[in-house]
Design a binder for this molecule. Structure first.
Ligand code: 5GP
Ligand code: ZN
Length: 126
């Protein structure tokens, strides 16, 4: 994060799956929404609880973040931690992870943090 201003090109992308979910054009099971962030249940869960937290704004990945995104990121991680407490995951622990690019395992090019919980996680990820 070397720049304080958001990069250009963050307008909604009509070809982006998560922009279409944010807009309500594609249905998703929403578990949280605020001014900056929404959270949806993953369509192919990899754990008993698997929720995606994403900015409303189109940001391609965490590689595009700047210091100006601090408030959005605080809202995003705060919403995820609140959700984990509500779901009863907090005591046992859980994982938050974001994938970047092909080798990172990213398949949707709109920033999202996976919240995975309800089972023990291995390390390192595969
Ligand atoms: P990534 O692979 O980019 O880290 O994560 C993308 C996630 O989005 C995957 O876990 C995938 O199951 C989920 N996903 C893909 N399409 C949809 C969809 O249409 N609705 C929802 N709710 N999740 C989706
Ligand atoms: Zn998008």
């Amino acid at each position: 994060m070397t720049e304080s201003r958001p990069a250009a090109g963050r307008e909604p992308d009509p070809t982006c799956l998560f922009c279409r979910i944010v807009a309500g054009d594609i249905a998703a099971a929403r578990v949280h929404e605020d001014d900056a962030v929404i959270a949806i249940r993953d369509i192919a869960p990899r754990a008993p609880t698997h929720v995606l937290f994403l900015p409303r704004e189109h940001i391609a990945s965490a590689a595009e973040l700047t210091t100006a995104d601090g408030p959005m990121l605080g809202a995003l991680f705060g919403a995820a931690a609140d959700f984990a407490r509500r779901e009863g995951l907090a005591d046992a622990g859980y994982r938050m992870v974001t994938n970047i690019g092909q080798w990172g395992g990213q398949t949707v090019g709109h920033l999202h943090v996976h919240l995975l919980g309800g089972r023990s996680m291995s390390w390192p990820p595969g």
